[in-house]
Design a protein around this ligand. Sequence first.
Ligand SMILES: Nc1nc2c(c(=O)[nH]1)N[C@H]1C(S)=C(S)[C@@H](COP(=O)(O)O)O[C@H]1N2
Ligand SMILES: [Mo]
Length: 412
Amino acid sequence: MRDQRLPTSPGFWRSPVRGPWFTSVLGLVLLVGITVLFVTGLLSYAAYNPDLSPVNDQTPGKGILGFYLFSWPTHPYWLYRFTQGVHVTLGLTLIPVLLAKLWSVVPKLFTLPPARSLAHALERISLLLLVGGALFEFITGVLNVQLDYVFPGSFYTLHFYGAWVFFAAFLAHAVLKTPAALRNLRGLRGPGEEGELVAPRPDPPTVSRRGALWFVGGGSLLLFGTSAGRSFDQPLRRTALLAPHGWTDPGSGPGGFQINKTAAHAGITAAETGDDAWRLVVTGRTGTVRLSRAELARLPLHSSALPIACVEGWSTSDQWWRGVRLRDLAALVGHDTDPPDLFVESLQRHGAFRRAALRANQVADPRSLLALYVNGEDLTPDHGYPARVIVPGAPGVLNTKWVGRLTFGELR
Ligand SMILES: Nc1nc2c(c(=O)[nH]1)N[C@H]1C(S)=C(S)[C@@H](COP(=O)(O)O)O[C@H]1N2
Ligand SMILES: [Mo]
């Protein structure tokens, strides 16, 4: 027998909780949960209009990994609020399950010899990709939603490629292990089970396997309870104790909903947004027109009740936006029927979100506006005064604030 003081010896691992039952329950929860994360993650990527490159998506050489991309629909108008709320809230909720699952199999990491055969060596390499990929995706995701985009620009590239590597390993692992996991759940219950994960010299139990599972579930519930509120306005949002934006108070009144970047942060000054200075520059087939805010306000105005839904997983309830339809602005510059794709530029001089590309179906939707008002008042400076884009079903990042220029067509 090997020296039991070394982790390479099975006798080193003493917890009586480890065993096939505990690992299988957690594994099956992750099988379902991570599949949902993968699907909602791919949807989030599609929602950015990444093939209107290079404006929205800078991912180098995505090649065939962009195979599934489609025109993101504008119906239902809460689509991205839902898919991204699920992605972020579920991802946070699964953290305790992931950690418990890794803990439950950690003795395997130290098994000797490192590889018994070529097949065994390949399996262990795939496990490295699996564990590394899982940690990488969860850590980059958490950093992005909690720390206000710590990876400017490159987060999408990292999280996107990481997801494909991770999911390939995950799929292989699921195919190999799910049958055994299901067998374990039917056959084995609690004490008396056997298998390579069971400690040969267990310590006396301080908690049952079932109790340990409740503990993990409690951790998940706690994370869920302190995260889910980020998908709502006050007062529910106050329950999102872990949401970083929960601490910036947008105040009350018409502009009293979540603010991403403030005007001050974006370097937008009152001088450049004032009536004397600001002109909207609209370019299309028949040339360019310049419109003051007063001139825009004399065009036919329409209202849409739409939320802001950020990739970070937070969203607002529906707000009442009022402004000029994007398709009416397209018609002003010669696109009377079938408006084309649209390139939107903000007054902002720096920052990843100062420009965005919208697809023709988004421009054509009658609820898509260049909004001048929200909830019955002028837009507040922080919500994009003098004018901002708002599109149903789309990620917040496409709802450009402090718009300066609209260019129809000419994206490719
Ligand atoms: N010019 C500009 N527009 C922008 C952004 C920005 O940083 N600059 N952030 C975008 C993102 S990521 C989101 S989620 C929404 C947030 O809008 P809100 O602050 O009005 O809630 O604005 C979008 N429009
Ligand atoms: Mo966002």
